[in-house]
Design a protein around this ligand. Structure first.
Ligand SMILES: [Zn+2]
Length: 284
């Protein structure tokens, strides 16, 4: 990621200057002193420019496109967007984002909570047009490249099975493939570094159970953007915040515990309204 590499470089440059600059200063060399001053001004200027990019307003925004909530978290230089919607919903996304003052050109990072078609559906089109750095779990790479959901889940209960068998009958769980580029960020475990580097005070957690590649973002104020590992949707079927389709219910509950351990106070699900994290308790 270019910005991070540049910042690292500048930090390294500043550290080197601290060591060698002192020796050169002893030689009372006007030329060296002048050069050192130039480097100092360059470093200071770069740092100040960097500080100016750090968001001062941490208000999270969201739009609902189809069934999917898309969130925008302020980050260095613009927005960290959580997920895209279904393929074909890109134009609708543009309209909805415009209504809340989001310019997609300002989306510098796109985190996909997992590979499903209602989360990565228009990711390829979005990336092509706006070129954000994409953040994904390594287990998403295969399905994203194939443009298809891994079909290894089961309905959480009989009610969901009955209702969604109708939906599944005419819906294809596919989307335009997306192959991450060298500039994108692929993670395999929890990551506390990436968000810090992009000006977001939070962590990315691996939260499997709905899918193996599911990841969540938990920010320092207790907001948890949990993708589909927790839902507030289709309560009529008694899902009690469980995903309507699950890979492994024990993993779901373990992921819920981890969200809480990492300070989740409010869950911002991809489907349904935000709700208190304290409601995440295993179904009886
Ligand atoms: Zn999903």
């Amino acid at each position: 990621m270019k910005t991070i590499k540049r910042q690292d470089y500048v930090r390294h440059e500043a550290a080197s200057f601290g060591k060698t600059g002192a020796i050169q200063w002893c030689r009372v060399s006007t030329v060296v002193a002048f050069s050192a001053m130039a480097v100092f001004i360059l470093v200071l200027g770069t740092m100040l420019m960097g500080c100016a990019e750090v968001p001062t307003d941490n208000t999270v925004k969201s739009v609902k496109v189809g069934f999917t909530n898309i969130y925008f978290i302020p980050c260095t230089g613009g927005w960290l967007q959580i997920d895209c919607g279904y393929p074909g919903d890109y134009e609708k996304y543009l309209t909805e984002a415009g209504k809340i003052g989001i310019d997609p050109a300002d989306v510098k990072y796109l985190l996909l909570t997992h590979h499903h078609d209602d989360h990565a559906g228009f990711a390829a089109e979005f990336v092509k047009n706006h070129n954000p750095v994409v953040i994904v779990h390594e287990k998403a790479l295969g399905p994203l490249a194939a443009g298809a959901s891994v079909e290894d889940m089961r309905p959480v209960n009989g009610c969901v099975k009955t209702v969604f068998s109708v939906f599944s009958g005419f819906h294809e769980f596919v989307f335009p493939p997306f192959v991450p580029r060298e500039t994108d960020l692929v993670i395999g475990v929890d990551n506390g570094d990436i968000l810090r580097r992009i000006g977001v005070n939070g962590v990315i957690l691996s939260t499997p159970g709905h899918t193996d590649d599911s990841i969540s973002v938990v920010t320092a104020d207790g907001s948890a953007f949990a993708g589909d590992v927790a839902m507030n949707f289709f309560g009529v079927c008694g899902i009690q915040h469980r995903p309507i389709y699950i890979k492994d219910i024990d993993q779901v509950y373990a992921s819920w515990e981890r969200l809480q351990e990492f300070g989740a106070v409010t869950i911002y699900p991809s489907h349904g309204d935000p709700f208190p994290a304290s409601e995440l308790v295993p179904a009886q």
